[in-house]
Design a protein around this ligand. Structure first.
Ligand SMILES: C=C(O[C@@H]1C=C(C(=O)O)C=C[C@H]1O)C(=O)O
Length: 177
């Protein structure tokens, strides 16, 4: 299943101010650093967890646990993005060997520093409270708008794939709940 399955909401539906963020093909981390003061990465969890159902279909996974990294990207201590990234266990020994050792450095800085790593097209959707990513964002960052814009794409290092999903939080990207 392509990563765009169920993630086909046209960008014109997004608030105008949010569109440049949703469509940024360069590093989102870099864009955040240039727009928001005191950028930091708060690692929520990094380890082996079951993938979400749609992630399993996208990466052709079995029920096995996948290497998972969940972070809040913050400005002055305020969460602005919830990011959820997964890759297969074997990829930690190959294309994404740095994934397990990223720590509180932004993953984007590593991905975009390597010219051999390629990125797929971006895909977008609005998440509501039934979606596990909306629930995880709320659990990590506190009350949120009823729907949140999110985007996802796959990074490729040879045969290895890393699926990165970024959820834009409120504030500053959405009005209050
Ligand atoms: C993919 C990027 O990396 C960002 C940083 C992440 C992290 O540190 O885990 C995760 C997703 C992104 O928001 C990027 O900067 O575009």
């Amino acid at each position: 299943m392509p990563h765009t399955a169920f993630w086909r909401t046209p960008l014109v539906r997004a608030p105008r101010d949010l569109r440049p963020w949703l469509s940024e093909r360069g590093s989102l981390t870099r864009r955040l650093i240039s727009h928001f003061p005191q950028f930091s990465v708060r690692v929520l969890r990094q380890g082996f967890y079951p993938p979400h159902q749609d992630e399993r279909a996208i990466l052709g996974l079995t029920n096995a646990l996948v290497a998972t990294r969940e972070v809040l990207l913050c400005s002055a201590g305020q969460a602005v993005i919830y990011a959820h990234s997964i890759t297969q266990r074997g990829s930690l020994k190959r294309g994404f060997h740095l994934f397990g050792r990223t720590g509180s450095r932004p993953l984007g800085a590593l991905l975009f520093a390597d010219p051999t790593i390629k990125r797929s097209a971006l895909a977008w959707r609005q998440l509501n409270r039934r979606h596990p990513l909306w629930q995880q964002a709320v659990a990590a960052a506190g009350p949120q708008a009823r729907t949140l814009w999110a985007r996802r794409s796959i990074f490729y290092a040879g045969q290895d794939q890393l699926l990165v999903t970024e959820v834009f939080l409120s504030p500053p990207f959405h009005s209050a709940p």
